[in-house]
Design a protein around this ligand. Structure first.
Ligand code: PMP
Length: 422
């Protein structure tokens, strides 16, 4: 099979709206490596967009899925329930920040988790408005898209969007927006557009993912919690991209002395199987009436088997610590390149959620072209990297946390070459 042939069939058979980054086609993969149909090998630091914190085909995930396959693959939890759903809910309730009583509902995708978190928040508060942030990403469904703080390409041509969604600038000091600016914008919103007593929820990613790997400042998260408490607004942490050891903690909210009311998670939860969850305060989670939550595939047994194995692997292989170690090594390497690559505007990261931002050194403006060149050169040399950021001038690193030291060394030297040649 040839990549060019598949590319032609793809163009003819599938819509361009499903944008595809690579022009090669996956054949097989193992841990942090992937091979295409022409047997070319890539080091995979895209990890299916933050899904593979435990790597491709972790043997313990494979055997858990296989064992479940021998029993049953689907019964629909809402028709005939199964223990593993309860077991996973119990574990998530226990592992998420806060010692209060919690409940968890399972879904299939991140966007679905976000949709349901908003439904739950509305049912619990009897309020309708939701506040999100510029640069935030929350999915491609109607509400996920409305909450997403970026128009192109996510909202183009897809209106009308759900009403009562408001955006406030996310604090990114690098781009001139301080915590005080964001808080002032919230107050301005309350004066001009919406009574805070009609706001059901404020949703944010503790570290923006698609938006550029910007961590919410500590004082900002604290101020949001205070504001929410003052007005009876629920705080929703979207941990779809930050969760499951990526930031050096099981959940990024553990970096903040703040407990959210609701949390969404997906991606690395099941290490490659489609599974998502909303976890939150028990009283809030119980607000929707029976039958109001769920879905035919929500909490698929194969995906749950995989998720239970993921939680074991994270613990046994100390992947939180590993995220920090690998993230630190990467940042050290990037820092050593600062003098050789004047385009480097910022190197940042929480644990293993590391990014490098590029500016044009003369104009000191975001340099999307340079970023694209680094990405393309790395890919040519066999390292798969993702970009992100409102200005597309950030390279983000989503290496599996199971990446070996040797493979990390190889990736870092490819990265250094690509950055110097770009
Ligand atoms: N929230 C966040 C923070 C995300 O990063 C994403 C996906 N990139 C989503 C929601 C949507 O998840 P999914 O693509 O699984 O619907």
């Amino acid at each position: 099979m040839k990549n060019v042939d598949l590319q032609q069939r793809k163009e003819a058979a599938t819509p361009r709206g499903v944008g595809v980054m690579c022009q090669f086609y996956a054949s097989h993969a193992q841990n942090a490596e992937l091979w295409d149909v022409e047997n070319r090998r890539y080091i995979d630091f895209a990890a299916g967009i933050a899904v593979l914190n435990t790597g491709h085909r972790h043997p313990r995930l494979i055997s858990a899925i296989q064992a479940q396959m021998e029993k049953f693959t689907h019964s629909c939890y809402q028709i005939v329930p199964y223990e593993s759903y309860i077991e996973l809910a119990e574990q998530i309730n226990q592992l998420t920040p806060g010692t209060h009583a919690k409940k968890t509902a399972l879904f299939s995708t991140g966007a679905e988790a976000v949709e349901n978190a908003i439904k739950i928040a509305r049912a619990a508060t009897g309020r309708s408005a939701v506040i999100a942030f510029t640069g935030g990403f929350h999915g491609r469904t109607m509400m996920g898209m409305a909450l997403t703080g970026k128009v192109a390409p996510y909202k183009l041509g897809f209106g009308p969007l759900p009403s009562e969604v408001y955006h406030v600038p996310f604090p990114v000091e690098l781009h001139g927006i301080t915590t005080a600016n964001s808080l002032a914008a919230l107050q301005a919103l309350f004066r001009a557009d919406i009574d805070p007593k009609r706001v059901a929820a404020i949703i944010l990613e503790p570290v923006q993912g698609e938006g550029g790997f910007y961590a919410a400042p500590f004082d900002f998260m604290q101020a949001l919690r205070k504001l929410c408490d003052e007005h009876g607004i629920l705080l929703i942490a979207d941990e779809v991209q930050t969760g499951f050891a990526r930031t050096g903690k099981l959940f990024a909210m553990e970096h903040y002395a703040v407990t959210p009311d609701l949390m969404t998670m997906a991606k690395s939860l099941a290490g490659g199987m489609p599974l998502a969850a909303v976890c939150g305060r028990a009283d809030i989670m119980d607000a929707p009436a029976p039958g109001g939550l769920g879905g035919t595939y929500a909490g698929n047994p194969l995906a749950i088997a995989s998720a239970l194995a993921v939680l074991q692997v994270i613990k046994d292989e100390q992947l939180c610590e590993r995220a920090q170690i690998l993230g630190d090594r990467l940042k050290e390497k990037l820092n050593s390149l600062r003098t050789k690559v004047p385009h480097i505007a910022d190197i940042r990261g929480l644990g293993g959620m590391v990014a490098v931002e590029f500016n044009d050194p003369v104009r000191a403006q975001p340099d999307a072209d340079f970023t694209k060149r680094v990405q393309a050169l790395a890919l040519q040399k066999g390292l798969l990297l993702l970009t992100c950021g409102t200005y597309s001038n950030v390279i983000r690193f989503l290496f599996p946390l199971t990446t070996s030291d040797e493979l990390m060394d190889e990736a870092l030297s490819i990265l250094a070459e690509a950055m110097q040649q770009a």
